[in-house]
Design a protein around this ligand. Structure first.
Ligand SMILES: Nc1nc2c(ncn2[C@@H]2O[C@H](COP(=O)(O)OP(=O)(O)OP(=O)(O)O)[C@@H](O)[C@H]2O)c(=O)[nH]1
Ligand SMILES: [Mg+2]
Length: 263
């Protein structure tokens, strides 16, 4: 799976006027890259945070994340790029960020945060190719410039290598699901995180009421008829399904901002 190198990213940031850091609004801290922000700061380029996939997170939580990132000094825009929500605001913020024309914007972010979908939303039609899972047909393999408006051009980039801020996101975004050497470990951790936040998520997705991640994987394998030759449940396949269903949001999960109080 091709990712963008840090040297390429540094070069793109030198030539761009604005950096769009695209985050998955379900897990903003896990998909944030302090290293990208540092590169942009050293080059004197404004960073606009795009909290994408807001349709998967309650409005109150999104507002909390916007306040969180604005509190850190970033212009922040909530978006649901797939349904083209947030486009007008994002263009406004881009135009406010620099006075020169045309504005060259570079979209960066971990794999599958929705960079290409954001560009398509800005453009108003599907030009950049997209894909649901890391490394599957349609994911971004090379750098490409798109004209979004007369005065705005956006560079799409492949995902950046997750740099280990969160081992689970690093693992499941950094490689195609099919090529994970041991999908069980990340799937078990994912199930723990998901159930810790939303006890109904697994039941809603699969109709399984158990809480133990290993038992969930076994039940899911049996339900789908995935077995080894000796009849034992093929839990590796269930584990890959859990990881895909996290990517495609069939399993409902999101984080709340650190400072937010319940209610
Ligand atoms: N629910 C929801 N899904 C979205 C949204 N934006 C993008 N997606 C989905 O997220 C997946 C990844 O989108 P892409 O645009 O391919 O993401 P990317 O960051 O360009 O991915 P790479 O090029 O592989 O790094 C696709 O299945 C999109 O349809 C959104 O606002 N809401
Ligand atoms: Mg892409």
């Amino acid at each position: 799976m091709r990712l963008v190198s840090w040297s390429k990213l540094a070069e793109l940031m030198r030539d761009a006027d604005v950096v769009l850091e695209v985050l998955d609004a379900r897990v903003p801290l896990e998909t944030r890259s302090i290293r990208v922000e540092g590169l942009a700061r050293r080059r004197g380029k404004p960073v606009v945070i795009v909290l994408n996939k807001c349709d998967l997170v309650p409005r109150r939580v999104v507002e909390g994340w916007v306040r969180f990132f604005e509190g850190l000094g970033f212009k922040t825009v909530a978006m649901a790029a797939r349904s083209r929500r947030g486009v007008r605001r994002l263009k406004e913020v881009i135009r406010e960020s620099v006075s020169k024309k045309p504005i060259i914007v570079v979209a960066v972010g971990l794999p599958k945060t929705g960079k290409s979908t954001v560009i398509n939303a800005l453009k108003g039609r599907s030009s950049a190719s997209t894909s649901p899972y890391p490394g599957t047909a349609g994911y971004t393999k090379s750098v490409q410039l798109y004209r979004v408006d007369d005065d705005i051009k956006v560079i799409d980039t492949p995902g950046i290598a997750p740099s280990g801020e969160d081992w689970l996101e690093t693992l499941i975004r950094g490689r195609p699901v099919d090529s994970l050497y041991n999908p069980i470990r990340p799937a078990v951790e994912l199930l723990k995180r998901i159930l810790g936040h939303n006890p109904k998520a697994v039941e809603d997705a699969y109709g399984i009421t158990d809480r133990d991640p290993y038992i969930i994987l076994e039940r899911l394998a049996l339900k789908r008829g995935w077995r080894y030759k000796d009849g034992e449940p093929l839990i590796e396949e269930a584990a890959r399904t859990v990881i895909r269903d996290y990517h495609n949001a069939k399993l409902r999960f999101y984080r709340t901002p650190p400072s937010s109080t319940p209610g």
